[in-house]
Write a protein that binds this ligand. Structure first.
Ligand code: PLP
Length: 369
């Protein structure tokens, strides 16, 4: 166990390697693997994660925004990077840093062609996004002819892939909807390929898609949450290893007599004498107020200590009445022994949200062993 003296997110790169190898084993050796490292690699440490994955031979990275891609380039990452949600304001930076845009509308295409021409680019790699039912970003069937004429009108760019995104890949009740999305993506990408007379790579699957729709892996898959050790279902979680452990320590212990309140707004009142521990982690670190008032628990010496009262900006108070503990003792908020998925579920949210919420104030400790 790695002892910490302050709130720390410990990142285990050997767990990352395990998850990468597990997910790779679910796809054909020839299928390419795009690692999704947006949002600081799901709240962990984007540069450390990307360097490790690059050393393991990942084929592509995906980030959400241009600034994230630039951070990877600053760190020396050479692997191609897809920007999932480019905005015209960042196109110069995008081209300067060799970041590849998701082209999701006629307007963004026009704007990108203009930026490309201004920089005398030819055959700049771009990725065409189809909307097959998520209704978030992308072209639909009726857009294809105009899209083709825009693409054919100049040599500034080259379509290297087409892709789409499943709306409910983790949900067995939505199998029909997901299968329809896959079929509609195939038809759209075929039509575009024919009309462009080229055969760009195709990719559709996120982590749960890799598990549930292996027949749709095509030339590449895109995985985020699975790399970080969560699989959206217990059977997959059992095969993966959470890479992050969020630890803190006990700053102070209080003996609270009956009928006293604890914390802001007096949200907790003791009905009997209680022992509480104050921890140096709060909503500014990503533990939102929704976890307070008894919803979530942390682990102290292997025992559950529920959060009591309201979460403060820099602190939480937990009930340790039945736990033999002392100031300075270690506290586990989540990690392999107490999953972020469970922590999130206590407040009706998902692993993705609690992981990406861990703020930049929290110290990161990267272990590669
Ligand atoms: C975030 C994202 C992913 C990764 O999804 P996971 O469920 O984390 O594997 C894949 N594709 C797109 C378009 C995304 O936005």
């Amino acid at each position: 166990m790695d002892k910490v003296g302050e709130t720390t997110l410990i990142l285990d790169l050997s767990a990352l390697e395990h998850n990468f190898r597990y997910l790779r084993s679910k796809i054909a050796p020839t299928t390419k693997f795009m690692a999704v490292v947006k949002a600081f690699a799901y709240g962990s440490d984007m540069v450390a994660i990307a360097k490790k994955l690059e050393s393991l031979g990942v084929d592509y990275f995906a980030v959400a925004y241009v600034g994230e891609g630039s951070l990877l380039r600053d760190a020396g990452i050479k692997t191609p990077i897809l920007v999932l949600h480019p905005l015209a304001a960042n196109f110069d930076e995008m081209i300067d840093r060799c970041l590849e845009p998701n082209i999701y509308s006629h307007k963004i295409l026009e704007q990108f062609i203009a930026a490309d021409k201004a920089k005398n680019q030819e055959n700049y790699p771009v990725h065409i996004k189809f909307n097959t039912g998520l209704n978030r970003l992308g072209f639909k069937k009726t857009d294809i002819d105009l899209l083709v004429s825009q693409l054919k009108a100049n040599k500034a760019l080259k379509v290297v892939s087409t892709f789409s995104h499943l709306a409910a890949s983790e949900d067995p009740n939505e199998k029909t909807f997901s299968t329809n999305q896959i079929n509609s993506f195939l038809a759209l990408s075929d039509e575009l390929s024919q009309k462009l007379n080229s055969s760009p790579m195709r990719h559709m699957l996120n982590t749960s898609g890799i598990i549930n729709y292996p027949e749709a892996q095509f030339e590449m898959v895109r995985s985020g949450i699975g790399l970080y050790g969560y699989g959206n279902e217990a059977a997959v979680d059992a095969k993966l290893k959470p890479i992050a452990t969020l630890k803190t320590i006990i700053s102070q212990i209080h003996e609270i007599p009956a009928n006293e309140s604890v914390g802001y707004n007096r949200a907790f009142t003791s009905n009997a004498p209680r022992k509480t521990a104050t921890l140096p982690i709060g909503h500014a670190d990503g533990i939102n107020r929704q976890y307070g008032k008894g919803k979530a628990s942390v682990l102290i010496h292997g025992k559950k200590a529920p959060l009591i009262g309201n979460v403060c900006m820099d602190m939480i108070m937990v009930d340790v009445t039945d736990i033999d503990c002392a100031e300075g003792d270690e506290v586990i908020v989540f990690g392999p022994e107490s999953s972020a998925e469970q922590f999130a579920a206590s407040a009706q949210t998902i692993s993705y949200e609690i992981l990406t919420a861990i703020s930049q104030r929290v110290k990161r400790l990267v272990l590669d062993r």
